[in-house]
Design a binder for this molecule. Structure first.
Ligand SMILES: [Zn+2]
Length: 96
């Protein structure tokens, strides 16, 4: 870790000077086009556990190189939608 995350430096007096810009988008919940600077929220509707198999080279004691399989797993997003903060609130209430 090197230093503090910039957000730690944001005081009330600085708010408004440092603002993230969001492009307008169509909410996939209410289907309304959102004005610029509305933060889109991503709702993950479905995800699945995926197993990956990586082939890794390994040097044996007799110095021969063999390939072994190393398994790892991770979540893969299957379906997601981008919604406005209002819909996000409703969705998270209905999911709770
Ligand atoms: Zn919406």
């Amino acid at each position: 870790m090197s230093g503090l995350h910039p957000e730690y430096w944001e005081s009330d007096s600085l708010k408004g000077h440092k603002k993230e810009i969001y492009m307008s988008y169509r909410c996939q919940g209410c289907n309304r086009v959102q004005p610029n600077n509305t933060k889109p929220e991503t709702v993950v509707l479905e995800k699945r556990l995926r197993e990956y198999v990586n082939r890794v080279k390994k040097v044996q004691e007799d110095e021969r190189v063999i390939e072994i399989e190393v398994k790892s797993s991770g979540w893969e997003i299957v379906r997601e939608k981008k919604v406005c903060p209002g819909c996000f609130k409703n969705l998270s209430l209905s999911l709770a």
